[in-house]
Write a protein that binds this ligand. Structure first.
Ligand code: FAD
Length: 433
């Protein structure tokens, strides 16, 4: 079924074949056709000498950009004001075009490409004019589904992965709880085996897509063993009796993304819904986090590029003391510093991604990139907003939205201090308990 569906969608395999057949004669033409924006966003390289992207990555980005400009950006302000975007509608559009499973297996509806294509997609999604919608899409593609794609049974993949890739089902990730965010090992939600079912009690906090999701990738304790070996990931349909969305959380940023608190009261789910082996959930989740973190870095890089460019444009035309704001040395020097830092971070991302797709453990580099991205986004948001003066303090400009949205980068998916702990572990400088 997935394959038949795949033919009607953005057929990347066919694209690749056709493209390779005419590679020599079309190479120049394709680079000429690619808009200059793609060169700018890669730090100035031509599309032929990019460290990890091929022409195929750029073609994929360009195709996604059309959807963003036609189907998403015109409505972002409306969805930000409403405090929610229509996840089913947008995911169906993206799923039909193949963008929800670029690195997922072809037999389950994905495009069968490597993780560098997910990074390219994430970078392009950074052109959405808010942080909330890209984050919601990232949950669907690179946070709730990597473990299922890697370790799930074929039946589970057919039931949950295929419709998620197609955009027919919205997914969410249930890891954090009221009493356990940074310390994932201390989650309290329990899934107790009774016959061929698990009975689940507990709750999840901060669940992105939580009010709209059809299923949750749930991390729960399935035994009383040691905290790193007693957890499992379970595909949990959100329509089951006993699941209550207790509230939609009112947030300072990421306004268009719904965030829920969820409560489980004797929820019964078949044991076959477990992803991979019982007791391996913590390990699977830690692996899942690597992709989540690299995805997040790629996404915010484009946003930082856009904010710096918007600020250059605004300060070039705004005059103070008889000259453009931009022409005051302090301003253009600061923007040059920020641009330099963004390029350094981009190099780290590409290095980590390049190593990851070759099968290396990039936990240290991914953690460094996530840490740096959170801190740099705070600097970019703060400095750029300053140069907009009073306009920067209004809700009418992108820079103030970025200032609010990007603050999450140092908190979500592992706070800065969690990243520092991981890096210290790899440096062997963490005091042993
Ligand atoms: C908008 C939003 C969306 C989210 N989406 C999801 C989702 O979809 N699914 C999901 O499971 N979770 C989600 N989260 C949860 C997010 O991952 C957690 O908020 C994050 O892990 C931090 O956990 P906490 O909020 O419980 O903070 P706490 O764990 O209470 O930590 C508080 C602070 O302590 C500091 N700290 C942490 N560790 C250390 C340390 N070792 N040493 C010193 N200081 C330290 C950090 O500064 C941290 O911010 C989301 C959160 C937000 C705000």
């Amino acid at each position: 079924m997935a394959l038949c569906e795949g033919v009607r969608r953005f057929n990347f395999a066919t694209f690749r074949h056709l493209y390779r057949s005419s590679l020599v004669c079309s190479q120049r033409k394709l680079s000429e056709n690619l808009s200059s924006k793609y060169n700018a966003s890669t730090g100035g390289e031509s599309t032929t000498d990019h460290p990890i992207y091929t022409h195929e990555h750029f073609a994929l980005k360009e195709s996604l950009n059309k959807i963003i400009e036609q189907e998403i950006n015109p409505f972002v302000d409306q969805w930000e004001a409403a405090g929610q975007f229509p996840a089913h509608k947008i995911f169906k559009i993206l799923g039909s075009a193949g963008f929800l499973g670029v690195n997922k297996p072809i037999e389950y509806g994905g495009l069968g490409l490597d993780f560098s294509y997910s990074v390219a997609v994430s970078e392009e999604l950074g052109n959405i004019r808010c942080g909330g919608i890209p984050m919601a899409i990232g949950v669907q593609t690179d946070m709730a589904t990597p473990a299922l794609a890697r370790f799930g049974s074929p039946e589970l993949k057919k039931e949950f992965l295929v419709p998620t890739i197609m955009g027919d089902k919205v997914s969410c990730l249930g890891v954090s709880e009221v009493g356990a965010g940074s310390d994932v090992a201390s989650i309290m939600t329990k899934a107790v085996r009774k016959g061929d079912e698990y009975v689940i009690n507990g709750g999840k906090m901060w669940t992105t897509n939580g009010t709209q999701a059809d299923w949750m990738c749930l991390l729960a304790n399935t035994s009383d063993g040691p905290p790193h070996k007693n957890k499992s990931l379970i595909c949990l349909p959100m329509s089951l009796p006993g699941i209550h969305i207790t509230r939609k959380i009112d947030k300072m940023g990421m306004r268009s993304s719904d965030t829920a608190e969820v409560f489980f009261d004797d929820v019964r789910v078949p044991c076959k819904n477990i992803i991979g082996q019982e007791g391996m959930g913590f390990t699977y989740q830690m692996l899942q986090f690597q992709e989540e973190r690299l995805w997040g870095v790629a996404n915010i890089l484009t946003m930082m590029d856009n904010i710096i460019q918007d600020t250059i444009q605004y300060t070039r035309q705004r005059k103070i003391f008889k000259q453009a704001v931009l022409h005051h040395q302090y301003v253009h020097f600061r923007l040059a510093e920020l641009h330099t830092e963004v390029e350094l971070l981009r190099s780290l991302l590409y290095r980590a991604t390049g190593l990851y797709i070759k099968g290396n453990d990039v936990t240290k580099l991914a953690s460094m990139a996530k840490l740096k991205a959170g801190r740099l986004a705070r600097e970019v948001g703060d400095s750029c907003l300053q140069y907009w003066g009073g306009m920067g303090f209004t809700n009418d400009v992108l820079v103030s939205r970025f200032y609010r949205d990007s603050r999450l980068m140092s908190i979500g998916a592992g706070a800065d201090e969690v990243m520092l702990s991981i890096i210290c572990k790899y440096m062997d400088t963490l005091p042993r308990k």
